[in-house]
Design a protein around this ligand. Structure first.
Ligand SMILES: Nc1ncnc2c1ncn2[C@@H]1O[C@H](COP(=O)(O)OP(=O)(O)O)[C@@H](O)[C@H]1O
Ligand SMILES: [Mg+2]
Length: 225
């Protein structure tokens, strides 16, 4: 399903402390992210970048406001519809990879679409192709615990290549990686963006300094530029 732009409307999120006090993470955030654009989330550690991404993808609920993917308000979907929507449309790359430990490398690549019931006949060849693009073809049958952190992140990237989502959320994608893996992650993300995918990026890695975002949202100051 094509959705075009992403519209963030009056989005507010706070966390309640143990003492009942609320900490506002972001408040009344509104912007449109055109299809194929780059959004960069900035601000010091702990200011709410990951929270914003989690709210954007519907993984956690905002206090108020909405995120529209085209005409679809993600919060209006049921949990299972949301899971399916995410599997098909949103590629998530975390600092911590989120590989499924009981599954092999190649199974990790096709698992999200398998769970969503969206595998095509040639999924194994396609999954292997995706792994080859990130130089992980030889590791298809290995288990995640066999891999270095850089290799794990390459598998996470292969998973995104395989799923071919409309938007990619990359949360500190090179934070714990070696130089070669960082370069590969960066190059692949930029290629995906060039091919028309919307990219949401948080990173302190200077490797991304030359990437010019269309929108920058500083979670520390609340400023959008
Ligand atoms: N589930 C949660 N419950 C309560 N506080 C949380 C929760 N998740 C994150 N926080 C707090 O929200 C703030 C923002 O966290 P986070 O979004 O992870 O920041 P960043 O990604 O910019 O480092 C932090 O102070 C963090 O402790
Ligand atoms: Mg974070």
């Amino acid at each position: 399903m094509a959705f075009g732009k992403v519209s963030v409307k009056n989005l507010t999120k706070s966390f309640g402390g143990a003492d009942g006090k609320k900490t506002v993470i972001f408040e009344n955030v509104t912007f449109d992210l055109p299809e194929g654009a780059v959004l960069r989330l900035t601000g010091a550690s702990g200011c709410g970048k990951s929270t914003f991404m989690n709210v954007m993808s519907g993984l956690i609920k905002p206090d108020s406001g909405s995120v529209f993917y085209g005409n679809t308000d993600i919060s209006s979907l049921s949990e299972s519809e949301k899971d399916r929507f995410r599997a098909e449309n949103i590629g998530y790359i975390f600092q911590t990879f989120n590989l499924l430990s009981p599954f092999s490398v190649i199974e990790n690549v096709f698992a999200p679409l398998a769970f969503a019931g969206k595998l095509t006949k040639d999924y194994k060849e396609k999954a292997l192709e995706s792994l080859k693009k990130v130089e992980m073809g030889d590791f298809a049958a290995k288990m995640p615990y066999h891999l270095s952190v850089g290799q794990k992140q390459r598998v996470a990237i292969a998973r995104v290549l395989f799923a071919d989502p409309k938007i990619i959320l990359a949360d500190e994608p090179t934070a714990s990686l070696d130089r070669a893996s960082s370069e590969l992650v960066k190059t692949t993300l930029l290629e995906l963006n060039k091919s028309g995918k919307t990219l949401v990026l948080t990173s302190h890695d200077p490797i991304f300094d030359d990437v010019k975002p269309d929108i920058e949202f500083n979670l520390e100051t609340g400023k959008i530029s």
